[in-house]
Design a protein around this ligand. Sequence first.
Ligand code: HEC
Ligand code: HEC
Ligand code: HEC
Ligand code: HEC
Length: 117
Amino acid sequence: MSMKTLLCACAAFCTALFAAGSASAADSAMPLKGAHKAMNLPCEACHGDIKPREVPEESKCMVCHQSREAVKAKTAKLKPNPHYGHDETVECTECHKEHQESVLLCDECHQWGYKTP
Ligand code: HEC
Ligand code: HEC
Ligand code: HEC
Ligand code: HEC
């Protein structure tokens, strides 16, 4: 291999490395929380292949979380159950955020004060 091809190959390699490096830098600006972080979920698990990425559809969450009934059962001991009071249309992501603090939508009107993961 001549010195010139060697340098070219090296430059191409470094460019590829830099591209990969900057992609993961952008991704790490979107940190995960709790169980999802521990599982090291790839972005696609929630966002699919859609680019630019949008707020995930509930169907993506349900691949793992099964059904609203199953989610409701998990917090059945709480009175009232935050998993659906009188509004069944609210999507998971209206309360559960992944890259920022979650919010408890109920408390726009009530003061249940549940800590929302
Ligand atoms: C690849 C599987 C998977 C996907 C996709 C997924 N989750 Fe999870 N999630 C889990 C597992 C496993 C746990 C831990 C066990 C549990 O609490 O059900 C968890 C836990 C949670 C928790 C409890 C907090 C915690 O960190 O333990 C919330 C809230 C949650 N998920 C919401 C969501 C929402 C909202 C979405 C869609 C935007 C989603 N999940 C997508 C697997 C997944
Ligand atoms: C109105 C707000 C709200 C919505 C909408 C909501 N959640 Fe939650 N969720 C909460 C709160 C509050 C908790 C914590 C309850 C507690 O204190 O244990 C919680 C807890 C959880 C947990 C942990 C349960 C455990 O094991 O203790 C999971 C998993 C979860 N939510 C998934 C979901 C999924 C999936 C959806 C959509 C189908 C959803 N949530 C919709 C408010 C909400
Ligand atoms: C467990 C599900 C989950 C995973 C995994 C996940 N996200 Fe998200 N993402 C969300 C949710 C929920 C929102 C809605 C706003 C928020 O939580 O901050 C969101 C919002 C976003 C947005 C903003 C979209 C908008 O229009 O507001 C971007 C960009 C994004 N995510 C990028 C990423 C990247 C990059 C990764 C991988 C490192 C990733 N996400 C992994 C759940 C997830
Ligand atoms: C847009 C405002 C609004 C939101 C958001 C909301 N509620 Fe309510 N809720 C009300 C109103 C109004 C009443 C009726 C109050 C009354 O009759 O005194 C009520 C009544 C209730 C009651 C029975 C009365 C009581 O105060 O004990 C429960 C339980 C309840 N809501 C739970 C929830 C839960 C859980 C959520 C979140 C999943 C939620 N609500 C979200 C407005 C709201």
